[in-house]
Design a protein around this ligand. Structure first.
Ligand code: NAP
Length: 304
């Protein structure tokens, strides 16, 4: 018989992940700060818990997927937190994107009660959570990784044990550096193409299959050209992750020229009230500097 499982944090990601656990046949006990978000999942077979401590008291494995480091600390350690219901031998799997250093501290506190922890941040967005195709990068002891594997397999497709506690979060930050610096390149290239009077769709078609191709170029490039700012991942959440990158880089002594530039550009967009737009709206910060827009009719005619 499989282990009992609990899930805390039913946001964009958590909803899809719980649904896939249920589909795989695991009974799931759920808790969310805003209770109404449990209702649909309860109708689909989940059991509503009254607090994180209640989740822990009835679950051998407890997954958390909340926003930021203080939020993970809140559901684990604050009033009615997991720690007050958990027993020695339980396993906490944190799927939120949070600080690698804080992850090590949190794992240490849980260990004092004999509770194990894996950090298991995600990549693949809301679509990956809904389809069960997430990439999951896992830090922690291999024994606990193997114990958690059936649950990971229900929620994700590419599941990689990357190292010890905190390594999952560090790999996730590597992912975020690649995402934003690539998006800066895509934005700058489209500004250049616009100024050169090029047909932007044809330009994307011409370069996407070559050495410059990337997921961001193929998926977010066309959105920029169409001026569609629907978020796959919001500027506000992206900025939270870049803060984590820069804090970690500071402790490691690594210069982060590209990432810090993007961090500052996103900050200007947040000041304009654009934090809920998709991270590809980065191009708007370049447009503000250049004084023209990608996708508008007012183009230079130099190469037409
Ligand atoms: P979301 O939709 O904003 O949901 C956040 C969840 O955290 C909600 O359930 C929220 O509860 C809960 N929460 C926040 N602060 C809390 C607190 N102090 N106490 C208790 N609950 C709290 O976010 P999401 O998109 O699901 O993202 C969750 C995590 O996955 C984040 O760390 C994010 O960076 C990461 N992630 C997201 C994506 C993506 O594409 N969305 C991709 C990869 C990784 P309420 O409902 O009460 O607000």
């Amino acid at each position: 018989m499989s282990e009992t499982i609990g899930f805390i944090g039913l946001g964009i990601m958590g909803q899809g992940m719980v649904r896939n656990l249920l589909k795989a046949g695991f009974p799931v006990r759920v808790w969310n700060r805003t209770h109404s978000k449990t209702e649909k999942l309860v109708a689909e077979g989940a059991v509503a818990a009254t607090s994180p401590a209640d989740v822990a008291a009835h679950s051998e494995v407890i997954i958390t997927c909340v926003s930021d480091t203080p939020d993970v600390e809140a559901v684990l350690f604050h009033e009615n937190g997991v720690i007050f219901g958990a027993a020695a031998g339980n396993l906490v799997i944190d799927c939120s994107t949070i600080s690698p250093q804080a992850t090590q501290r949190i794992a240490g506190i849980l260990a004092q009660k004999g509770v194990h922890m894996l950090d298991a941040p995600l990549s693949g967005g809301s679509e990956g959570a809904a389809k069960g195709t997430l990439s999951i990068m896992v830090g922690g002891d291999e024994t606990h990784f193997n114990r958690a594997l059936p649950f990971f397999q229900a929620m994700g497709k590419t599941i990689t044990h990357v190292g010890s506690t905190g390594a999952g979060q560090t790999v996730k930050l590597v992912n975020q550096i690649l995402v934003v610096v690539t998006m800066l390149g895509v934005s700058e290239a489209l500004m250049f193409a616009q100024a050169g009077g090029l047909d932007l769709q044809k330009t994307l078609t011409a370069v996407s299959g070559g050495a410059a191709g990337s997921w961001m170029l193929s998926n977010r490039g066309p959105q920029v050209v169409q001026r569609d700012w629907q978020p796959g991942f919001t500027i506000d959440l992206q900025q939270k992750d870049l803060r984590l990158v820069l804090e970690t880089a500071d402790t490691l002594g690594v210069p982060m020229l590209g990432t810090s530039t993007v961090f500052n550009l996103y900050r200007t967009l947040q000041q304009q009230g654009l934090g809920a737009e998709g991270n590809h709206a980065l191009v708007k910060a370049l447009e503000n500097l250049a004084g023209f827009e990608v996708g508008s009719d007012e183009v230079s005619t130099s190469f037409q």
